[in-house]
Ligand binder design. Structure first.
Ligand code: ADP
Ligand code: MG
Length: 303
């Protein structure tokens, strides 16, 4: 599929993050609805071409736990990447609107994230580098998938040159400048799942607001956060504690965690993720009213 900017009809704005904007678009010739992400980076045409070439690996990343990739192209405003549109949205928006995510659903999220990371690493030697609730997406079929992983070294560097990148989900070793490994992603998984279960970012324990620097110091020097006692099942708390081992040498990798008893139990649990996702996907009342209004109007006009 050769994607061109002029074949994409914008439908609606979906969101904006650090350096990117995401729009829901329709690919006109194939009638495919896609999410188009523009990354505004200031690089010369040669580097842009190089990035575009490195992004081609995304065509080979095929897993039910990974958001599919349709293609990328460059333009004056930066790099555009087109991917599968996930109609229920990202987990950060979901929990901020609806409160903490039910624990049985978190079990299924855990499996999707670990299987997705394990696939990327085992099949392509790709480390995600940006695991967080906004990079875990849900659709109304009840599928849970991860997105926005670092495939292009050139793109990672260009983003780093353009934006001061710190993330609340960074592991202690990464803050201290150590090289990145899959185990650093596991730390981010632990923080992410805690946030979804508690309905708030888990640092610091008392919920006070820290500056960026204070937060980074807290992560490096204070004990890792723990789930509040006796509100959560023991196997889930133990799983989180494993993810949040501060020493990267003893922290498990995603494929170790797939053998944890919490993950095994979550895999066997019968959970209706589709029903949960469909309930979140309800059409907004405003849209319903405007559609009914239009329907009436057309009807009256017809008569
Ligand atoms: P961030 O992940 O830091 O929030 P992004 O630019 O990656 O910033 O994404 C902005 C928002 O767009 C996300 O928070 C998410 O809600 C939404 N989004 C991103 N990709 C998709 C997609 N493929 N389908 C639906 N929504 C998406
Ligand atoms: Mg993102």
């Amino acid at each position: 599929l050769d994607l061109k900017a002029e074949d994409l009809m914008p439908l609606k704005e979906v969101g904006a993050g650090n350096g990117g904007t995401v729009t829901q678009v329709m690919h006109i010739t194939t009638k495919t609805v896609m999410a188009k992400k523009i990354i505004h980076i200031d690089v010369n045409p040669t580097v842009r071409k190089q990035i575009q070439r490195e992004l081609q690996v995304l065509h080979d990343c095929n897993s039910r736990y990974i958001v599919s990739f349709y293609g990328a192209f460059t333009s004056d405003s930066g790099i555009s990447m087109c991917m599968e549109y996930m109609d229920v949205g990202s987990l950060d928006n979901i929990y901020k609107k609806n409160g903490p995510i039910p624990l049985d659903i978190i079990g299924k999220i855990t499996i999707a994230v670990l299987e997705g990371l394990n696939y990327l690493y085992e099949s392509h030697r790709i480390i995600h580098r940006d695991v967080k609730p906004s990079n875990i997406l849900v659709n109304s079929k009840g599928q849970i998938k991860i997105c926005d992983f670092g495939v292009s070294g050139k793109l990672i560097n260009s983003i780093a040159d353009t934006f001061v990148g710190t993330s609340n989900y960074m592991s202690p070793e990464r803050i201290q400048g150590a090289s990145y490994s899959v185990r650093s992603d596991v730390w981010s998984v632990g923080i992410t799942l805690m946030e979804l279960a508690m309905g708030r970012f888990p640092f610091p324990p008392d919920g006070s607001q820290l500056t960026v620097l204070e937060l980074l110091q807290h992560i490096v020097h204070e004990p890792a956060p723990k789930l509040p006692q006796d509100q959560f099942p023991e196997d889930f708390s133990d799983f989180i504690n494993q993810c949040l081992l501060k020493d990267v040498k003893i922290r498990p990798a995603p494929n170790d965690l797939l053998k944890h008893r919490y993950v095994k139990a979550s895999a066997e649990a019968n959970v209706d993720v589709e029903a949960w996702a469909k309930k979140l996907h309800r059409v907004s009342p405003f849209l319903t009213i405007s559609l009914i209004y239009r329907w009436n109007y057309d009807f009256i006009a017809m008569v």
